[in-house]
Each structure stands twice: as structure tokens, then as C-alpha cells.
Write a protein that binds this ligand. Sequence first.
Ligand code: ADP
Ligand code: MG
Length: 541
Amino acid sequence: MSTETLEFQAEARQLLELMVHSIYSNKDIFLRELVSNASDALDKRRLAGLQDEALWADDLHIEIEADSQARTLTVRDNGIGMTRDEVVGLIGTIARSGTAEMLRKLKADKESKESAELIGQFGVGFYSVFMVSDRTTLITRKAGETTGVRWESTGDGTYTIETVEDAPEGTSVCVHLRPADEEDALHDYTDERKIREIVKRYSDFLSFPVRLGEETLNSMKALWARPRAEVSDEEYHEFYRHISHDWTDPLDIVQMRAEGTFEYEALLFLPSRAPHDLYQRDARHGLQLYVKRVFILDDSRELLPDHLRFVKGVVDAADLSLNISREILQQDRHIQLIRRRLAKKILASVKDLMNKKEDQYRTFWREFGPVVKEGLLDPSEDHKAILDIASFASTAGDDPTTLADYLARRPEGQDKIYFMTGESRAQVANSPHLEAFRAKGYEVLLLTDRVDEIWVETVREYAGTEFQSVARGAVDLPTDEEPSAEQADAYAPVLTWLNETLDDVRDVRLTTRLTDSPACLVSDNDGLTPALEKMYKAMGQ
Ligand code: ADP
Ligand code: MG
């Protein structure tokens, strides 16, 4: 078949352009990305072999070959490979959600540190080869197929693709290094020492051998099986990068080991920022599942409750079958047990951060608080444990407060946790509902996440103290005075008139709860709060 020239999808083209005009200072990472892809492909191959004997391959490995004469670097794997359609779909396009939005932000400001971080967080993967290369060739054959595919691009917006007969199973990527970098010893990627150093630094933990000639460059030790004291932060961070595709260092590392009838090890990471797709149903969430060091499943949502879906990491269980499927996973009693244990451990780790590393805790809660609070909507979750690590804006100051601190501060006589929900802090902070509370020195929590509207409807109390909305009808502040008889008489005609005129309002009453404002809207005690009413309206209900 003849060679076809195709165009990269528009978004892919933009990303490529960014790569060509490299925005990273660290070009070494292109090799890490290639090796990481090769390792993913080997994982898939091993899995395919377990399910279908015909696809079993011995000696799964990664091979690096450097040619200083031709100035090429080749990374070869005997992994799963790709079909022609897969090459077009996976390499020629970016399917990930949030790409367009990210590119828009990037365009505005290409040079800044934030941009580098933004794109870093997104992960550029394969395209990073165009930081160092003016031409890259990929030859691949899908395991079990008879013909292969040759793909080539200079990173300029188009690529060629053709069928080839003699490709070995797996994938090889040949990077033609830019002549411009030839004199640059720091970036000589044909130098074996350089290659050794990069693989050791970024890919030591991979479970397949990465070979340079006869030499295996990586130790292949599973990171989660090594004692914490023996592993450097940098190694943990590289591992995190490999499994999460997030280039920002994690906020915290959670390690656990369960012994006994059902043994497993877990190595988990709290990311330091929320991904773009945290609220997208089809986004990749969940942990990697291994059985006795063998990779089994990616994105295993079953291993974590939904409200902790942002946690990344690995669970290695000793006693599961290698053939376990997602369907079985969903029902497996041990998996449910693991999920509960992990959730508990994660919340305990956040609590630890709260007590010992306040800055990290604040970052965590800012990024993930709204998601964690989704757990309050699930009656089977431990609400106390979630509320223990929650913090909220309040009328007491600029910093968010925990519930424990709120309770510790409250003046004598206050027996409720008062809150107000709304769309933004600015909006609620000026609400007339707060006046009486302010006057009395009662602190009010300002709940402005969407999820707050919902959980406050069902979660009744914290540590024995009830939650009470300040926007609900009968908020009885202990010293609320009734309006005097004279006042009642004087205002009766106005109230009657208002009641007749305002159709949408059930009742207009005289109150002493306001100190500055002439009027405010409140809900019936069992009705919807104004903000919730608004939200339902917005959702068309
Ligand atoms: P990511 O690894 O984050 O998915 P990449 O840009 O690194 O993104 O790779 C895109 C996709 O191309 C991969 O998800 C994979 O499906 C495919 N791919 C890349 N390299 C290989 C390879 N060596 N073998 C098989 N598939 C590969
Ligand atoms: Mg990749």
C-alpha cells in the first residue's frame, strides 16, 4: 500500500508546535516518556497473553539503541503494538478532555512558569520527542496481526503512514536528533552515560528490563515493596509521574501493608492539584491493580470510593486471581474491604497533614475539598471522618476553619453550628441573614461549594452539635425578642398589603433579626433554602 499523508488533529497540531518550540527546560524527559509508553505497552501485552495463550510472549523488555554517527536514538519494545487505526487515533489526535481549554490558556501566555506547569500537569507524552528531534519514525505491529505500520513526522502538522510487511511485533520509535543540538554535550542523547543516567533516574522501578546492549539499566524493584526509608522522594515522584501522567509532584505519599488472610500492599499519592477532568464521568480515575507484582488493571475505580477518586497509586494484592475481571472486581468482598481500609487510611493521612503540615492540608482542601464532601451524600460513608478533615469559610476571619475550631471558639449559649449557603463568599458575606448573628458574636460558616447545598440537607450534626441554616424560618437566637404589640399594630397594614401583593412569598412577618437591612427572604423550616431553590431552577427542575 502506498504512503498516505495525514494531518494531525488541530489540537494535536498546537501541542506539537509548543513542543517544537520547546517550553520545557528539561528535554531529557522525552526519553522517559518513550520508555514509559513502552512499559505500558508491555503491561498490556502481558495481560493479553494471560487472557489468550496465542498472545503470550516470553522475555518482554525494552531496548534502547543509540547511533552517534546517524544521530538517532531508538526505543524498542515487544509489547502490544498498534494497528493502523490505533496509530492514527492515538498518536494523531488527542482525545483527552480539557485539551482545548488548556491550549487556550497556554496560548495567552506561553513563556510563564504557570504555563510550563499547566502543560506539565496535562502531560505531553509522545509529542515530547519533538523537543529534541526534527524527524521521528514509529514502526509498530499489533500483537497477533500480520502486517505492521510505519509512521513518520517532522512535527510540522502532518505525518505519513504506510503499511509495512516486515515489522516485528511491538513498537519501535526512532528519534532523529536535531543537528542544532550536536555540539551540546549536555543534551547528547547518543551518549551511553547520558542514557543510563536518564533511565536510572526516571524509570528504575519499571517491572520490565530496560536494556542498552547487554546491560540492564533499571533495578526493576517494585517501589511499593521497598521500605519507605530506602526510597528517595525523587524516586517516589518519578513513580507517581509514571502512573498518573501528572508532572507536578504529589502532595503526600500514603503507604500501607495488610498482612493476614488477605495480603496486599498499597502505595498511594495525594496529588497537589485537581485534574481538569475531576468532574467528568468518563475521566480516568482509580488505582492500578497488581497481583503479586504483575500489572492487572488500570483505572480501577472499585478500589476507592468516588469521593476519593483523585487519589493515584497502586494496590498489589497477593491472593487475587491473575484473570480477575472488572466485573468480578466490583463484587469481590476482599476488594470492598480494601476500599474501606484505603479510604480510612487516606482520611487519616489528611488529618495528619492538618495537624503537622498545615500548608499542605490547605492546598489539599482547596483542590479536593468539594470532591471529598461528596462522601457526605453517601449514607454508608463515615461522615464524622470526613467532617473531621473539612474546613469552611466563616464570618470569623479570612482563613477557613475546621468544625472543631469553630466549636471551640463559640461563645457560651450557642448550641448550634450556624451556616449559610450561597454561590460565592462575597454574595453570602453581605447577606442580611447574618446581621443578627454578627450582632450577637455568633460565627456563621459560609458554604459556597455546590455540594454544600446538598449535604446540609441530610447531615444533621457534628460531634453532637446540630447544623442550622441561618436562612431558614425559625432560627431562634436565644435572645430574639418578639416585636412589641405597638410595633405589630403599627406595621399590620403594611404587612397585609405586602402579603397580598407579593404572590411568590408565602408570608411576610415582622422580625427583630435584622439590625441594618429593612427586609430579608427566609425559607420555611422544611422548605428549600433560597440558594438550593436557585440551583434546582438552574437544573430545570
Ligand atoms: P499517554 O501515555 O499519556 O496515553 P502518550 O502521548 O505518551 O500519552 O501516548 C499516546 C498513546 O499512544 C498511548 O496511550 C498508547 O495507546 C499509544 N502508544 C504510545 N507509545 C506506544 C507503544 N510503544 N506501544 C503501544 N502503544 C503506544
Ligand atoms: Mg505516555
